[in-house]
Design a binder for this molecule. Structure first.
Ligand SMILES: Nc1nc2c(ncn2[C@@H]2O[C@H](COP(=O)(O)OP(=O)(O)OP(=O)(O)O)[C@@H](O)[C@H]2O)c(=O)[nH]1
Ligand SMILES: [Mg+2]
Length: 267
């Protein structure tokens, strides 16, 4: 049995209805979870992903809302979702017209969310719907749950990317002083009311670098974090938006910028 299975089993044994804790009651009309899915040209992935998320969250008895935040994808991702889920008020699409970008889209999804827990994940099956349910359930007990590739039980289908990210995370921990193993995860679940304690302007810009800023600020605010092992698969269809060299250069610039701000007492 893997460590992830142990987590799942413990949760289902201890709390047959995890949404009963620290959640708005079912009569308040709010969903248990808001799932934020940023998309850019994910037409081949987004419909099957939402279908699987819906069936897993329904089967576990959790009320969901799914917020697709699309940056006017030329492949028609937004309209594919709108027509496939026209009969489900729990699935909503926002097509953004200004300030395109991953981090801005995630911010918009969080701002539009109404659930007690907000869960953010990629829209291409890199992150598994089963892991999303597990992270949501663990988030009943802590403030921020991170899907981690770098703790026992976690991993990635691409070994090259795994090791590049692994060593880069050592650099991030050493320079920024985060206490977590995966500082570049895009899969996390957070208590919504705690998320709104943080200054969004200090977190959400750029690409995956928003995540280490979120970790730093939430660590400073005393959030209780926990990492849960997850295994990233390959994207189902479509093309990657990540340009590795450019992105690592960008992240490194950002790290030194944050260090400089910290030294000057401005962050
Ligand atoms: N709204 C929005 N979403 C974006 C943007 N860039 C990337 N995304 C989404 O962010 C997620 C991560 O992007 P990916 O291209 O999958 O990057 P990756 O996971 O590093 O790379 P692969 O999965 O290997 O292709 C996906 O759901 C993308 O659709 C953007 O500019 N705007
Ligand atoms: Mg991806």
């Amino acid at each position: 049995m893997t460590r992830r299975d142990v987590w799942s089993r413990r949760l289902s044994e201890q709390s047959p209805s995890p949404t009963g804790r620290a959640q708005p009651s079912r009569s308040d009309g709010c969903p248990d979870v808001s799932i934020v899915l940023p998309t850019f040209n994910e037409k081949d992935n987004i419909v099957p992903l939402i279908e699987e998320l819906r069936s897993r969250f329904r089967a576990a008895g959790h009320r969901y809302e799914i917020l697709v935040i699309d940056d006017q994808s030329p492949d028609g991702t937004g309209s594919a979702v709108a027509s496939a889920f026209a009969d489900d008020p729990g699935v909503r699409v926002t097509v953004r017209r200004k300030n395109p970008g991953l981090a801005y889209s995630i911010r918009e999804g969080i701002e539009r969310s109404t659930g007690a827990i907000v869960l953010v994940m990629d829209s291409d099956f890199n992150h598994k719907p089963a892991d999303a349910v597990l992270l949501f359930q663990v988030a009943q007990y802590v403030d921020l749950v991170i899907g981690s590739r770098f703790i026992v039980g976690g991993g990635m289908s691409s070994l090259l990317r795994y090791y590049l990210s692994y060593f880069y995370n050592i650099f991030l921990r050493a320079t920024l002083g985060t206490r977590l193993d995966d500082n570049l995860s895009g899969l996390f679940a957070i208590k919504r009311e705690r998320m709104f304690e943080l200054d969004f302007d200090k977190i959400f810009w750029g690409y995956g670098d928003y995540f280490f800023r979120l970790l730093l600020l939430s660590q400073r605010a005393g959030f209780l974090h926990v990492e849960v092992p997850v295994f990233y698969g390959s994207r189902l269809g479509g093309e990657s938006k990540t340009r590795f060299l450019g992105i690592f250069a960008r992240y490194t610039r950002e790290v030194f910028y944050l260090i400089a701000l910290k030294v000057l007492g401005r962050w």
